[in-house]
Design a protein around this ligand. Structure first.
Ligand code: ACO
Length: 332
């Protein structure tokens, strides 16, 4: 009788651009203050990619680190899934660019668009390819250059976002692995976070550029409310499915890093206090990097020794779509 395969993470990597944009820098750009940004969001600084640095460059750097950690090369990979809403170009996909740059064989390579939940979506897709036997080893990269769609004249949104990339190599494992996952969508709320122009609905014209419609628009207050409930419900779902009903049975919670007040409220609903050190935070350094946030956070949690083999991690994210995703992982 065939046993269900365990699929786990065998290598992690990350890349953050060198340039740091601090809250003090924003005081010179828009009507804001370090105090407002820190208190309302938890962000102190964020990384910004160079003008000549595209998402595929950042993805390649993170991917190389993850492959090295897994002691593999591009030739060993059977599948590439890239989570991004800021690819180099609409087409070809960033995954195709990565496949070429890494010298992989002819393998399936495609992008997933799920905004801030993208890393969790992409990991789940790769997990299922491996479980189905379609791939043995998969490379998943989450990468964003949100600075390219950020309106640096709009104080409501410009202070929130940053650039970066995180990567993971997945394979079958003997112990641990992805134990449960949850993916959801509420498409009726599409307009709460959107990039209005540049697609087939409103192709680029001089008018759309003059109206600044190629920048991200967000109803922050509404998103805030939905984010708290949806993220907490998704995190509890992946725990309860496994019969885990207490956060004491989880080593670390890695939430999407959008706003410290959202993270605090989600943790509270899960019965955890931020002071316990059970919730991973790096929002102060990087802001919201959309799909790359949870990817960089997981990589840093392992690098910093916050979690090790055998530890149980709940990752949860929420973003434009509206999408939501959560994973329960026992580190392999
Ligand atoms: N500096 C100073 N004042 C500001 C700033 C700023 N940077 N930004 C907004 N304000 C002002 C507003 O203009 C408003 O002033 P008013 O009362 O005179 O009109 C006041 O602060 C309060 O505005 P709110 O929007 O109510 O502020 P809030 O406390 O809700 O914080 C924020 C705004 C940070 C955007 C918050 O709502 C939030 O984090 N929302 C969730 C965002 C999110 O999670 N996005 C995830 C998805 S992103 C993706 O998918 C790519």
């Amino acid at each position: 009788m065939s046993q269900t395969k365990r699929v786990g993470i065998i290598g992690l990597g990350k890349y953050l651009p060198e340039k740091v944009l601090t809250n003090k820098d924003f005081e010179k750009m828009v009507e804001t203050s370090d105090q407002w940004i820190t208190e309302r969001t938890g962000i102190k600084e964020r990384r910004i990619a160079r003008p000549d640095e595209a998402t595929s460059d950042m993805a390649l750097a993170a991917a190389k680190q993850a492959l090295a950690a897994a002691q593999l090369t591009g030739a060993d990979i059977d599948l590439i899934v890239v989570a991004t809403i800021s690819p180099d170009t609409y087409f070809p996909s960033n995954a195709c660019r990565l496949q070429g740059a890494l010298g992989c064989r002819s393998i399936p390579a495609f992008d997933v668009s799920a905004a801030c939940s993208g890393y969790i979506y992409a990991l789940t897709v790769a997990e299922n390819f491996i479980k189905a036997g379609t791939a043995k080893r998969a490379l998943v990269v989450a990468v964003e250059k949100l600075s390219m769609v950020t309106d640096y004249t709009d104080r409501n949104t410009c202070v929130l976002f940053g650039d970066g990339a995180g990567a993971a190599v997945l394979s079958t494992v003997e112990t641990g692995g992805i134990l449960s996952s949850y993916l959801g969508t509420d498409g009726k709320q599409c307009e709460l976070i959107t990039l209005p122009a540049g697609g087939s609905r409103r192709p680029a014209t001089h008018e759309t550029i003059d109206q600044r419609l190629h920048y991200l628009k967000m109803n922050g207050a509404e998103v805030f409310k939905v984010a708290v409930k949806t993220m907490a419900d998704a995190a509890l779902e992946v725990m309860n499915t496994l019969g885990v009903h207490s956060p004491d049975e989880v080593s670390l919670i890695i939430p999407h890093q959008a706003n410290i007040r959202i993270i605090n409220a989600v943790a509270k609903r899960m019965g955890v206090s931020l002071t316990e050190g059970k919730v991973f935070l790096n929002i102060d350094k990087y802001g919201n990097m959309s799909a790359a946030s949870t990817a960089v956070a997981l990589c840093e949690a392992v690098e910093q020794g916050r979690v090790k083999k055998g530890d149980r991690v709940v990752m949860v994210a929420f973003g434009s779509g509206l999408t939501v995703g959560a994973l329960f992982i026992e580190l392999s």
